[in-house]
Every structure is written in C-alpha cells, then in structure tokens.
Design a protein around this ligand. Structure first.
Ligand SMILES: Cc1cc2nc3c(=O)[nH]c(=O)nc-3n(C[C@H](O)[C@H](O)[C@H](O)COP(=O)(O)OP(=O)(O)OC[C@H]3O[C@@H](n4cnc5c(N)ncnc54)[C@H](O)[C@@H]3O)c2cc1C
Length: 277
C-alpha cells in the first residue's frame, strides 16, 4: 500500500551516514510489513538496500547472515553436509507462511526485528544459539544472545535507531541433530506453536526452544537427556500457566497444551538413535 505519511526516503551507502536519529525515522528492509499497513508515526524511511551487505558468509566458526539477507537466499543456501541443523533454514522459512513475493523481499533481520511470537527466523536463530550484532547510533557495536533479543509480542531490546547488522550461527550448533514440530490452526495460518529441539551427538543433551506459543522465545537446556516427567516439570518451572500467548491463532490454553505435546514428540524423536543416511 502507499504510505501517505512518508515525506522522504533516504538511501545511505553506509549506516554511519545516519548519525542522528529522530522520531519519525524507520529502517526499511524488505518492506513487506512496513508497506502492509499505515505507518502513521513514520515520515522518513531509511532504505538498507544500498548498504549492500553480503547476505551469507561462511566464517571460521560458523555462518554470518546479514540482517538484509532475504528469506529466499537463506532457503537456497547450499550448506556443507556436516551442517546437519541447516535443514532448519528450509523448515523455518516454510513456517513463515507467505507467497514467493514475500519470500524474495522479506529479510531475516526484518522478521527478527518485527519480534512477533511466530517469527520463524527468531525460532531458527535462537534454536541455533545465534548471537546478534547490533549497531546503536553513535555508540560502539554490541553483541547479544539471540535468546535475549525478543522481550514480548512486537517488543525487543533495540534502542531508538539501533540497527540489527548480522546474525552469527556457531558451527557447534550447526552440526547438531535437530527435531522440529509446528502446529497452526489453519493450513496456511500463522504458527500457534513452533518448537525446536537440538542435540549434540557426543553429549546426548537436549536444547529445547519454544516459540509462537509464548510471547518471546523460551529455551530449556538439559545437560543430560530428560525423561518425559523431567521435561514436563522443566516446562512448568519455566512457563507459568499465564506465560502463554493467546491470540486469534490459538488460545493460551491451547498453546500450552501444544507446548507439552510437541515438546514430548521432539524428546521422543531425539531419544532414538540417529539413522545413518
Ligand atoms: C503475507 C505475509 C505473511 C507473513 N507471515 C508471517 C509469519 O508467518 N510469521 C511472522 O513472524 N511474520 C510474518 N509476516 C510478517 C513478517 O515478519 C514480515 O513481513 C517480514 O518478515 C519483515 O521483513 P522485512 O524485511 O520485509 O521487514 P520490513 O517490513 O522492512 O521491516 C519490519 C520492521 O523491522 C524494522 N527493521 C527491519 N530491518 C531492520 C534492521 N536490520 N535493524 C533494525 N530494524 C529493522 C523496520 O523498521 C520495521 O519496523 C508476514 C507478512 C506478510 C506480508
């Protein structure tokens, strides 16, 4: 849609060109959300496209994803075979229900910064133990753990004008086993629960990441593989009965039920020995 409040679109070649931030500015990534509804509080868009950050870079200790990497680029990334958990790139992209037009424009960073409970790129990067690099205006860059970034429905730790620059996925997480379960009330609807378990093949541990059912990601770490009872107790300890996110995509009680059910399905799958390919 046309945004009738926009008076200026700035296209910096470097993020530092935007030294001063003021109310009314908004970073523009793929624009799939920004252009989907009126932005009455915004008069200036600052387009990230000309920053021309390389979308995906293999580094010595993992993978760096630029915030401006599109969902389509991530989906088509040809990962090395030992990065077994990179299968989640496709599975989480498919969980963000959208047409190819959205996929080709929407960015990984835009999805994270939207900070919706069902943000599939949030689920992906939290499950893969990512860290995010944030660029505040006029202050040094800072690193935060992905699990600490989203604080609630459409809420996160970004300060005014702060830019999400990149997402780093460590090799140790990319080489894990994983199991994912997702439920939506309708075939092409938003996730009611999106839960991912990962497991280090040597340690036989379990890292469970609960999203969509909760306002922000909740992560449970088990150094020793849990029994069904231990898993259920850990969920109860981390998530009070009012800790679930009810909306048109599912009531809080329904999402709580899904959380128990899907987490147990994941536990059962990862309890089984891996089948050699
Ligand atoms: C048809 C459709 C289906 C969708 N389905 C889902 C779904 O299933 N699950 C889900 O979570 N979302 C869904 N969305 C919303 C989705 O989160 C966004 O459309 C998309 O991921 C945002 O990416 P974008 O690059 O287009 O961001 P934009 O629309 O450009 O920006 C989104 C917000 O993030 C800010 N922003 C963007 N990049 C940065 C950055 N690097 N640093 C700081 N701030 C930044 C912008 O200022 C803006 O506030 C859907 C949207 C549509 C239109």
């Amino acid at each position: 849609m046309n945004l009738h409040t926009i008076k200026e679109v700035r296209r910096p070649a470097a993020a530092d060109e935007i030294a001063q931030w003021r109310t009314g500015y908004a970073w523009l990534a793929g624009g799939t959300w920004l252009f989907s509804e009126p932005q009455l509080a915004t008069d200036t868009l600052i387009d990230l496209e000309r920053l021309a950050w390389p979308p995906l870079s293999r580094v010595a200790n993992g993978l760096e994803i630029a915030a401006t990497c599109t969902i389509a680029d991530l989906y088509h990334f040809a990962e090395p075979t030992e990065w077994t958990a990179a299968g989640l790139f496709q599975e989480c992209s498919n969980a963000l229900l959208a047409s190819f037009k959205i996929w080709n424009a929407a960015t990984v960073g835009g999805n994270i910064c939207m900070s919706l409970p069902a943000g599939a790129m949030i689920a992906l990067t939290v499950a893969l133990e990512a860290s995010y690099t944030l660029w505040p205006r006029g202050a040094p860059a800072r690193e935060v753990a992905a699990v600490d970034f989203v604080t609630g429905n459409h809420a996160n730790i970004l300060q005014q004008g702060e830019l999400l620059r990149r997402i780093h996925l460590p090799t140790a997480a990319l080489t894990k086993r994983y199991a994912m379960r997702r439920v939506s009330l309708t075939q092409y609807g938003r996730s009611a629960a999106l839960i991912i378990g990962t497991q280090d093949r040597t340690a036989r541990d379990l890292l469970l990441t609960i999203t969509a059912a909760t306002p922000h990601p909740v992560q449970l770490r088990f150094d020793r593989f849990p029994s069904a009872l231990e898993l259920r107790r850990a969920i109860d300890e981390s998530l009070p009965i009012d800790g679930f996110f009810g909306d048109v995509h599912g009531s809080a009680a329904y999402k709580r039920h899904l959380t128990y059910h899907l987490s147990e399905r994941i536990r059962c799958e990862l309890a089984e020995p891996e089948i050699a390919q």
